[in-house]
Design a protein around this ligand. Structure first.
Ligand SMILES: NC(=O)c1ccc[n+]([C@@H]2O[C@H](COP(=O)([O-])OP(=O)(O)OC[C@H]3O[C@@H](n4cnc5c(N)ncnc54)[C@H](O)[C@@H]3O)[C@@H](O)[C@H]2O)c1
Ligand SMILES: O=C(O)C(=O)C[C@]1(C(=O)O)C=C[C@@H](O)C=C1
Length: 368
């Protein structure tokens, strides 16, 4: 019976897991630690954790399960240190890293010969946003959650973990770390490189075309959303998944050469087939499966704490016919006490809302 959980790294993923574990069983005691003290305080204030650990390795002798939800290189450093920490017999340790081979290898190297049950994990959903403020208990709903159990892990250990994670409503699948890294290289890591490279290409042309940024519309925004993700996280992922990625670079370069030649030689039929085939495969992607939170755009408004403030703000938005998808008061740190979080479906709506709030009030707005 899992009663005590420790979560290291209380950002988007650690925070979302904590919120879903709390939703499953509020009596499970969750202690959390984050290098960034503000993240840990927010996690406590949002009810994601019960207790903040002042250090990375407090007394862990009563902890049944540990989640490591830090960037992947940090995860390896933490696994290495865990070998010399006194832990409960048979403790389950899991991570959420976007790569698996190096992490599972490090668990094998450092934790072998102990009673620790290491289960590599990767919830295949996320966002370009980071931090606890973006965390949601339902972030992983309908998403695949890949597990790569180590040799000494039993079916019972796996059930223990998936029970704790039941409220994520994710679909758990087992996979080898090698297969995991090859597949995620194709559908996650390499696309990330492409998105960032498209942004970088556009940036190089900005001096020549000053209107470029403002003209970048739906297509460019859709295909490059993920380029707004946490750079440190992605740096680590690329360094971890070098082998499969180098292979994908070669394939991609050949692919670009192929389509370049269709364009250069005006090969109309080939161009049509290229796009048609891509459309068919893209249209076949399962519709209901969730790979990411729906894109929404948050706006934070500093508001005085008085009854009626929410209806005041929504009243302004209604006057300008701006639709909201969500609204929430966050009582976070003292200095940003009374922050209203407004979520919009599009960046355009958020821009309209900024203008609208400016028009009707003196409240400051900001985007994180
Ligand atoms: N963002 C996504 O879409 C996504 C999806 C699935 C998995 N992942 C993986 O989840 C992990 C966390 O990503 P995230 O999106 O939650 O990032 P995040 O930046 O939102 O959160 C990471 C947190 O870890 C903390 N941290 C960093 N080093 C630490 C250390 N040594 N000790 C304690 N805390 C530390 C940071 O302060 C931060 O609060 C990464 O390994 C990432 O590859 C991310
Ligand atoms: O939706 C996004 O913003 C993501 O980048 C999520 C995404 C992905 O590539 O699909 C990113 C990294 C994770 O390891 C898993 C999910």
């Amino acid at each position: 019976m899992v009663k005590n959980i420790y979560i290291i790294g209380l950002g988007l993923i650690g925070g979302s897991l904590a919120l879903s574990i709390k939703r499953k069983d509020p009596t499970i005691h969750i202690m959390g630690y984050d290098l960034n003290g503000d993240q840990a305080s927010l996690a406590k204030k949002l009810g994601a954790i019960d207790e903040i650990s002042p250090t990375l390795f407090p007394n862990l002798s009563a902890v049944d399960m540990i989640f490591i939800s830090t960037p992947v290189q940090q995860t390896i450093n933490i696994i290495e240190q865990l070998q010399s920490i006194e832990l409960k017999q048979g403790v389950i340790i899991t991570d959420v890293g976007s790569t698996k081979v190096k992490i599972v290898e490090s668990a094998k190297k450092y934790l072998n010969g102990t009673t620790i049950k290491f289960i590599g994990g990767h919830p295949m959903a996320g966002s370009h946003k980071s931090g606890i403020l973006a965390a949601k208990s339902q972030l992983f709903e309908n998403a695949f959650y890949i597990l790569t159990p180590s040799e000494n892990v039993t079916a019972q250990d796996l059930t223990c973990l998936t029970n704790v994670l039941e409220e994520t409503r994710a679909n758990f699948v087992e996979m080898s770390p090698e297969e995991h890294d090859k597949v995620t290289g194709i559908i996650s890591h390499f696309p990330h490189i492409v998105a960032a490279s498209l942004v970088s290409q556009a940036e190089k042309h900005e001096d020549q075309f000053p209107l470029l940024k403002r003209l970048a519309a739906g297509g460019f925004r859709d295909v490059t959303r993920i380029a707004s993700s946490n750079p440190a996280m992605w740096r680590d992922i690329l360094l971890h998944n070098k082998g499969p990625l180098l292979h994908l670079f070669d394939e991609w370069i050949a692919e670009m050469e192929r389509i370049k030649s269709f364009v250069a030689n005006s090969e109309s039929d080939n161009l049509y087939s290229y796009f048609d085939q891509a459309k068919q495969f893209r249209d076949e992607l399962p519709k209901k499966q969730r790979g990411a939170i729906p894109s929404f755009y948050d706006l934070f408004v500093d508001v005085p704490d008085y009854p009626g403030i929410i209806s005041e703000i929504t009243g302004y938005l209604a006057k300008e016919e701006i639709s909201l998808t969500n609204i929430r008061i966050i009582e976070t740190r003292e200095e940003i006490y009374g922050v209203l979080r407004l979520s919009f479906q599009t960046d355009h709506d958020r821009e309209l809302a900024i203008d609208c709030i400016r028009k009707y009030s003196n409240y400051e707005t900001f985007i994180i």
